[in-house]
Design a protein around this ligand. Structure first.
Ligand code: SAM
Length: 204
């Protein structure tokens, strides 16, 4: 928390800075993913990790996780390198766009998760290609269930299906959230992900 606030003054990391709110909306919210999955011993990729949510809190709880955090902004990756060094956390922090990083990491991870990166249909195209067959994509979402319903077709085109939606409320009325648990059932066609221009212009 202290490093987050200190560095937030130099580089934009989060709009939430009040201690209790950071603890609940960032740290606790990241840990709610434990409700969706037993993370021990898995290879995990956090796409659009930003200041390290949900990757860092999970790695603190499960030090044996093989964690990769990917972000398109180098200043955020530099911050993650610093946090990992200070907390003695092992993580592969990668400065790349998901659509580029996929080239060497197709169907490579047991679990891929993402929070606050894009709408679910767009996010699915960025994330599902990284997941091994039989593995999971977990999308940490707000309370809007229309977005989840609308992404059903995209998820099936990418070779996956929604297995569960885990709903929870943060304490102190800090909001309702959903974790969309998506299971990969077959290989994603090589043409996905398309370049980001096409993904945005013609979402699946
Ligand atoms: N996951 C963090 C959280 O929940 O606090 C950060 C959320 S922040 C709003 C979104 C992050 O996703 C930004 O750091 C941005 O650089 C990154 N991002 C957006 N599109 C991306 C892409 N295609 N590939 C990699 N990172 C991306």
């Amino acid at each position: 928390y202290e490093l987050l606030i200190e560095w937030n003054e130099k580089i934009n990391l989060t709009a939430i800075t009040e201690k209790k709110e950071v603890y609940i909306k960032h740290f606790l919210d990241s840990l709610y993913t434990i409700k969706a999955f037993d993370f021990s011993n898995q290879s995990i990729c956090d796409i659009g990790s930003g200041a390290g949510f949900p990757g860092i809190p999970l790695k603190i709880i499960y030090p044996e996780l093989k964690l990769t955090m990917v972000d398109a902004l180098n200043k955020r990756i530099k911050f993650l390198d610093l946090i990992c060094e200070e907390l003695e956390i092992e993580s592969n922090n990668v400065h790349a766009r998901a659509e580029e990083y996929i080239k060497e990491n197709r169907e490579f991870f047991d679990v891929v998760f993402a929070r606050a990166v894009a709408k679910l249909n767009i996010l699915s195209e960025l994330c599902i290609p990284f997941v091994k067959i039989g593995g999971y994509f977990l999308a940490l979402k707000g309370s809007n269930t229309d977005e989840i319903r609308e992404a059903g077709l995209a998820i099936s085109k990418l070779g996956a299906q929604i297995e569960d939606v885990i709903n929870y409320s943060l304490p102190y009325d800090m909001g309702e959230r959903n974790i969309v648990k998506v299971r990969k059932i077959k290989k994603t066609k090589q043409k996905y992900p398309r370049n980001f221009g096409q993904i945005k212009k013609l979402p699946l």
